[in-house]
Design a protein around this ligand. Structure first.
Ligand code: 3NM
Length: 213
């Protein structure tokens, strides 16, 4: 195991477009780190996503913040960027670069893989290099335009019970529903808007963490 699964408890995911107008991603990340997030994923996706040198420059800053706070830094779906930033891990979706390619090119990174169905969990179970699975959306989400239909906590529980590796739940998770989500046996929750759009990040992170302590 390349990391401690407890670091999946409050997994903040965000890119430039996810923070409120007038805020910056490093400012929001700094608040989230102070509040006690356990991992961060830089996910620069969508029409307004930064590319090229701007993406790398911001990534470097976010990577440094995580290093200083001693929390794992993941990059979503961009192996070249993950390697350039010396990330701790990479998260790979079903429609991203093939998971087998990532596994063979970056066996030392912490590798997360999105799995929405029992068949996808079976596939992940066969790949020894995968360290955790991200499953969802649990509830409808406004943060991912091409999200699959919501699977609910019942769907999540069945994926958790068949997965070889820890499962992080994602999609529409908030302080209101995190206790229900945690009942599934998942290792933690990954959230965008609940933290990025929070008026009190400290309070939200504490409440997201509570069921996993
Ligand atoms: N992946 P929020 S749902 C990035 O189902 C992402 O794989 C999902 O954002 C999946 O916490 C999602 O704001 C968006 O709902 C999560």
């Amino acid at each position: 195991m390349k990391f401690n699964p407890q670091q999946l408890a409050v997994y903040f995911v965000a890119g430039t477009k996810d923070v409120p107008t007038g805020e910056t991603l490093p400012t929001i990340l700094a608040k989230a780190i102070t509040a006690g997030i356990t991992a961060f994923q830089y996910r620069e996706k969508g029409p307004l996503a930064l590319t090229g040198a701007k993406r790398e420059l911001l990534g470097k800053q976010l990577r440094q913040q995580c290093l200083a706070a001693n929390i794992p830094f993941f990059v979503d779906d961009d192996l070249a960027l993950a390697l350039a930033l010396d990330a701790d891990g990479i998260h790979v979706g079903q429609s991203d670069q093939a998971i087998e390619t990532v596994v063979s090119l970056a066996p030392d990174l912490i590798i997360g893989y999105s799995c929405h169905t029992p068949a996808q969990i079976d596939h992940a179970n066969q790949l020894a290099a995968i360290d955790y699975v991200g499953s969802g959306p649990i509830y409808p989400t406004v943060s991912k335009a091409d999200a699959d239909p919501a699977i609910g906590v019942t769907g999540l529980a069945s994926l958790v019970s068949s997965s070889r590796v820890p499962v992080v739940a994602i999609g529409g998770i908030s302080v209101q529903n995190v206790a229900d989500v945690a009942m599934s046996g998942c290792a933690g929750t990954a959230v965008i808007s609940a933290i990025a759009q929070a008026s009190n990040i400290n309070d939200v992170v504490n409440k997201l963490n509570a069921p996993f302590k």
